[in-house]
Design a protein around this ligand. Structure first.
Ligand code: NAP
Length: 442
């Protein structure tokens, strides 16, 4: 048997994830070596402050602030610093020196992915990023390798644990959005500035990564249609429950026919949506993540688990370390990202889906008929109508009798739905439109 030299691993970052990766590399070095067929040696860990306390025991002599020197001579560079710079520069330096690179940095991939993949391809190195979507959940490798012979048609993902935690609190504990966000912050599920999570930006970055892989097409994060959860009210969540749904922030990637051209394209979008109670994604609680994949031959597949957490995410990073190390031992160039399909990325107007619309209306005869006519005039067909017990108040200070209507539609285009909602808001029998949510997963 050929004795392979030790593979040199440089780690950039020793925070929540990096400290756990260092610990695993040091503690399980023998086991990893046996799996790889070569020794795995952690040669250094770059940080900002070598004296800062660490959550795991990292020998002091491994810590350095000189990332550039550490990268030189490494076989595998693991980037767990986060942020765009200097992470991008370090990754380019590593790839250009022929090292394989592992990153969990979805923000960097969403912004500079094409440049980084191109650099890897130029030198025959490989960029691994299993931990960039879904934390511990294996989803990148299944899409890239296991399903490489199949054709993925749709992905529905809960890929942001913070927003799933918040929506789950609203559903299970009756908390308002503000209360649930405060709970998430207190328990460490939300950052001090939660914009990236509740604004849907983090989920959009992950949707771009998943859509690119699944459909062999470059889908940048800024081409992903995005709505966050800030407009979701406790009433929306309660009305959803009554109608047999739960509200989830979904990342949706699918192949569609463009109604304008009749050509196939890719839709990637993030928004809060109603998911039927019986759909597997409805059972994803707390800060967990799940990715539901539909493929032509495989049918529906569900990937579920911890979407974040230092040690959980380290599991996915270590898997990439083993893959990269095995590639070094086997030799040969890295596998380039496949964008051969190069499909157009479609705008949200190309999407048809079902909707649930909640209205405050005048409680008087003829209102239902007037509203049904208004929907049909705009090409939207009503499937269900729920009317709640009449109350008083029209939202303008008047004490007119009012009722709440929750209307479920058949499939309609975004344009027809928008025209319907605009007409509802100016109708004399409608006091106000209090909620518009799409229905997915049917
Ligand atoms: P973190 O706790 O903030 O740790 C960042 C580490 O990088 C720290 O050790 C820091 O050094 C070091 N660092 C930052 N800037 C540096 C610089 N300019 N030079 C040298 N070292 C630098 O981050 P994290 O939560 O572990 O996340 C790391 C990556 O994993 C991010 O891309 C994140 O999006 C991704 N990720 C995280 C999770 C999670 O659950 N945390 C899940 C999935 C993906 P000091 O310690 O000295 O400050």
């Amino acid at each position: 048997m050929i004795e392979y030299r030790n593979l040199r691993i440089a780690l950039l970052g020793a925070g929540s994830v990096g400290a756990q990766v260092a610990d695993q590399l040091l503690t399980h070095a023998d086991e990893l070596a046996a799996r790889v067929g070569a020794g795995i040696e952690l040669v250094g860990v770059a940080v900002r402050d070598t004296d800062a306390p660490r959550t795991t025991d990292i020998p002091r002599e491994l810590l350095t602030t000189d990332a550039e020197s550490l990268i030189l001579g490494a076989d595998i560079v693991v980037e767990l610093m986060g942020g765009l710079e200097p992470a991008r520069t370090h990754i380019l330096q590593a790839l250009n020196s022929g090292a394989d690179v592992i990153t969990a940095n979805k923000a960097l991939l969403a912004t500079h992915g094409p440049e980084l993949f191109e650099a890897a391809e130029q030198v025959g190195a490989q960029l691994y990023y299993e931990a960039a979507v879904g934390g511990a959940i294996p989803i990148i490798r299944p899409l890239r390798d296991s399903l490489a012979g199949d054709r993925v048609t749709r992905i529905l993902g809960i890929v942001n644990g913070t927003t799933n935690f918040i929506l789950d609190r609203m559903d299970k504990h009756g908390e308002t959005m503000e209360q649930a966000l405060a709970t998430a912050t207190e328990l460490g599920y939300a950052e001090a500035d939660p914009t990236a999570d509740i604004g849907g930006y983090d989920a959009a970055q992950k949707a771009g990564i998943l859509a690119s892989l699944a459909f062999h097409t470059l889908v940048p994060a800024d081409a992903v249609y995005r709505e966050g959860i800030t407009a979701v009210t406790l009433d929306d969540v309660r009305n959803a429950r009554k109608a047999g749904y739960v509200v989830k922030l979904l990342a949706i990637c699918e192949k569609l026919l463009d109604p304008e051209t009749g050509r196939e394209g890719v839709s990637a979008r993030v928004y809060p949506a109603l998911v039927p109670d019986e759909h597997p994604l409805a059972a994803v609680h707390g800060a967990n993540n799940a990715v539901f994949v539909e493929a032509e031959a495989a049918g529906p597949l569900m990937f579920y688990g911890a979407g974040a957490g230092g040690i959980q995410t380290a599991s996915a990073v270590l898997g990439d370390v083993v893959s990269a190390a095995r590639r070094h031992v086997a030799g040969g160039p890295g596998v380039a990202e496949s964008t051969h399909a190069n499909l157009p990325v479609l705008p949200i107007s190309a999407v048809t889906t079902r909707y649930q619309i909640t209205l405050q209306v005048a409680d008087q005869p003829g209102v239902l008929a007037a509203i049904a006519t208004l929907f049909s005039e705009h090409g939207v067909s009503v499937e269900t109508v729920e009317q709640s017990v009449a109350s008083t108040g029209g939202g303008d200070g008047a004490a007119a009798p009012a009722a709440t209507l929750v209307i479920g539609t058949h499939e309609a285009t975004e344009a027809d739905l928008a025209a319907t909602v605009a007409a509802l808001t100016t109708s004399t029998v409608v006091h106000c439109v209090t909620g518009v949510l799409r229905v997915e997963g049917l």
